[in-house]
Write a protein that binds this ligand. Structure first.
Ligand SMILES: C[S@@+](CC[C@H](N)C(=O)[O-])C[C@H]1O[C@@H](n2cnc3c(N)ncnc32)[C@H](O)[C@@H]1O
Length: 359
């Protein structure tokens, strides 16, 4: 996977896809895709895939995690390997990442940011600019572009001087951060994935009664748009106004309702009741904002509800204190077999039942 991601389901992806069973003509919709670990497991079992996330960087990572050899050719660049080699050969050229996220930041502000060494930051700038030039020249399809950016995000993550997220950088340089950044070609599976990739709010995603829809919403107050701001900037290749010690780009327009304790239950309930699908799988955690019983009670409005314990898994925690407090988290998946609704009734009118609020 390459990017440590809060709430990643990489370790339990197969168990989750087991619940979906074999593909029966519909799509497997990973509607909060993050790194795409669950979509990747479903794609390897032959499902047609839809990935969706509010963060373009997450959708790129998910495209990278699900494509097969048949999805990309990189013909104008001489193939995928040649494209990666060409990227690694680009000499460093200081740009926005260098000016804001390496020690060079002291030239424009008071904070010395140590996310990347100056050399690596300049190379990341140059490689991102080169991908942009290839896009402008018409050398890359959209899928090829997203795959290369996903490879660049993985490369950046390997040399980022952080303890997991981009919520802060380390004061002292870690040994990994001092190594030269290197883009690695990933081993693509020998298939052509039927893939739709969507950047957008989950509430806008269209699904059908044939689909299996997987929801893996945030369940704590940690906002992904803030914690992974630098992946967003690398993906966009833009130069936003950034501020504070950490150099945060504007992120509040991507703030998620699911991260607010007061809104989470209402948002989850409306989401499930408003979703057209053959089967809905919702991952949640005993550490989440909404107690399990409240969730089950509210979701029973939507259809037949079954709770699957996914096992107590070790999982990535964003800081040392969190790791010391607990090493594991109880994940479960709520499976909902929706009550069939009249397809003629507009989606907005299908919401039935009351929302139970937490105290
Ligand atoms: C728990 S993570 C998903 C992890 C993923 N299953 C994996 O294995 O990497 C939640 C994801 O939901 C996204 N997200 C949060 N609110 C959203 C919304 N309203 N619509 C779409 N995506 C959202 C976040 O950007 C984040 O990538």
């Amino acid at each position: 996977m390459g990017v440590r991601y809060i709430g990643s389901k990489a370790r339990v992806a197969d168990a989750i896809v087991d619940l979906a069973g074999p593909s029966r003509g519909g799509r497997f919709v990973d509607a909060f895709c993050g790194t795409g670990s669950v979509a990747s497991a479903a794609a390897s079992r032959g499902w047609a895939i839809t990935v969706n996330d509010t963060l373009p960087s997450a959708v790129a990572m998910s495209v990278g995690a699900t494509v097969g050899r048949g999805n990309v050719s990189f013909a104008p660049l001489g193939g995928y390997s040649a494209a990666v080699r060409a990227l690694n050969a680009v000499p460093g050229s200081p740009g926005f990442v260098h000016s804001q996220y390496s020690p060079a930041s002291t030239a424009t502000g008071e904070v010395e940011r140590r996310y990347f060494t100056e050399e690596n930051a300049a190379r990341l700038d140059a490689m991102r600019a080169r991908i942009g030039q290839w896009v402008t020249a018409g050398y890359l399809t959209k899928v090829e572009q997203e795959l290369l950016i996903a490879d660049l995000l993985q490369a950046a993550n390997k040399v980022a001087n952080i303890s997991g997220t981009y919520g802060c950088f380390l004061k002292a340089w870690s040994p990994a951060a001092l190594r030269p950044v290197l883009v690695r070609e990933r081993l693509l599976p020998p298939r052509t994935t039927d893939l739709d990739a969507v950047v957008g709010d989950v509430t806008l995603l269209q699904t059908t009664t044939n689909d299996t829809v997987y929801f893996d919403p945030p369940y704590t107050k940690r906002q992904y748009s803030a914690y992974y701001h630098l992946l967003e900037t690398l993906h966009a290749g833009d130069s936003p106004q950034v501020g504070g010690v950490t150099g945060l780009r504007p992120w509040k327009d991507k703030a998620s309702d699911f991260c607010y304790k007061s809104r989470a239950l209402g948002a989850l309930t409306q989401l499930v009741l408003g979703t057209t699908a053959r089967q809905i799988l919702l991952s949640y955690s005993n550490e989440g904002h909404v107690p399990r019983d409240y969730l089950i009670n509210a979701l029973s409005e939507a259809g037949t509800v079954t709770v699957h314990e996914i096992q107590t898994i070790g999982r990535y925690r964003p800081n040392a204190r969190a790791s010391a407090n607990a090493d594991t988290v109880d994940e479960y998946v709520i499976e909902i077999q929706p009550v069939r609704m009249d397809p003629e009734v507009p989606k907005a009118h299908r919401y039935r039942g009351s929302v139970v609020h937490t105290a």
